[in-house]
Structure formats: structure tokens, C-alpha cells
Write a protein of this length. Sequence first.
Length: 313
Amino acid sequence: HSATHLLHAALRQLLGKHVEQKGSLVDENKLRFDFSHGQGLDGASVRDVEVLVNEKIRGNFEISSNVMAYDAAIESGAVALFGEKYGDEVRVLSMSEFSTELCGGTHASRTGDIGVFKIVSESGVASGVRRIEAVTGDIAIEHLTQLDRRISQLSTLLKSNESDLEQKVEQIISRNRSLEKETQELKHKLSGKSGQDLKENAVTVNEVTVVSEILDGANIDALRVACDDLKSRFTDAVIVLGSVEGDNIKLIAGVSKSLTKVLKAGELVNFVAEQVGGKGGGRPDMAQAGGTNIEKLPEALSSVLAWVENKTT
């Protein structure tokens, strides 16, 4: 409850005097505070509120209460809750000069008794009304411990030092955007090629449509998207796509699920990869591989027709 008063005062100091309490809930595990404000708080603003509240907690100020006339309390600068009905006499609760409110609730003796204050969420609940949920004391420490554990787990997962975690995530986001762009570009490229070269070059072997092509400049993710796109264009199809990235060959093979009892994508892609000095494998309907003998790639892709014919005869 005492932390709620500090939070209210911090919001008024940092956001403006327009901030008014619109509702609150205090229990043994957390506090919830609704207040008037026209927009959400960004991460920096939330941290500023936390820092200010914890600064007042560390100050270990005495929490004092005095009973006085309502008018005198308001004149002294005490904050009254909007819409609340008060009698002629009210209880004024003060925490140094930082917070002075009318309140009849139970409070700590000093602000230091609160221990630690941590905001766990900030959200909107109605037009012009925001909500902050926070924890204090031992529960706040446990919350911080869990956050530290999650950061450690993320660092392990992303193979990054905790101090470099933000930079690592930014790199992943940037890489993902690049992949999305490359994929879209390849889709456009494939769309044009599918309507012309790829469909024209598709060969039917024992009622199986076979496409084996080189897509210059495509990475493995783009090849996978292209393979799925081509598989969707034919009923019973075997697709093998290759590309060259630097000194390495990327291969992807796809087989319509209706054919996977006889034709396995993993076996097929490995068959092609072995011819270019590599190996691979995967699921019956989708598999990938790599290689290094770039000169052999066209010949290796040409051998797909014979492989399909042999398997389906």
C-alpha cells in the first residue's frame, strides 16, 4: 500500500499533475494502480518511474500520519482521490515531502520497509486510463531472480554474453528482415521463371513431374520456399533446386507426400550431394544438403531424372 503512494507521487512528478488515481488493488502478492494518462509509457519512462520509487524507498523516510480538517489537509497540499467522499476530518499520510495523500489504510513505518519495487507490466484499460502492476519486497526479488535466469538462458540459447544480448537480438532481427526480403525477391523471380522456364523444363517421368534447376544467389531458406512453391504447382512432383553461395553449394529436395512411400527426399538430395562432394538428408518430403564441387552441379542435377525413373520403374 505504501508503494502505491510512492508510485502515485512518482507518476505525478514525472508525467504531470494531470495524473489521478482511477483505481487500485493491493494484496499480499502485488499492487495494481490505474491512473489517468493519454498514452502508454515506453520502456525508458517505466524505468524512470522504478528508479524514482526505489530512490525514495532507499531514503528510508518515515511514514507519518496526522488527522486534521479536510480543508486544512487540502490547503497543505495533500492529494485527495477524485470521486472519493471524505468527512470533515481526514487522515493525512506523508512520506517526507515526496508524497502526501488522504488515506485511511494500513502502511509501513518507513519507506525502507518496502524493500524493492519492480514494475511487471504497463497497459491500457480504457480510453485515457493506464494500468501499472508491480511487486515489492521478497516477491520483487524473486521476480528479478527469474528475469536474471531467463536472461542467462537466452544468452546460452543465442550463444552470446549477457552484456551483448541486446546487440545479438538486433542482429537476428536484422538477419530475419534480410531473409524475408530475399525470400520475397526470390518468389518474384521464381514466379516469372515458373511461368516460363521451369514449367517448360519440367519433365514427366512415369507420371511424376520432375523439376531440377539452379537458382542463382538463393540461400537455403529461399530455396526451401521456392521448393514448397513449386511442389504446390504440381500434383505428383519431385523438385531439386541448387544454388551457389561463395564456394559452397546449397541443395534442397522436395517430394509430394503422395510419392514419399517410393521416393524419399532425403535419399534423393544425398544422391545429388555425393556427386558434388557433399552429403545431406532430411524428411521424406523435404531434405537439404551441401557440396563444394561447383563444376559438377549441372551434371548432378541432370541425374535426377534417371534416379526418379529407376525408383518408379
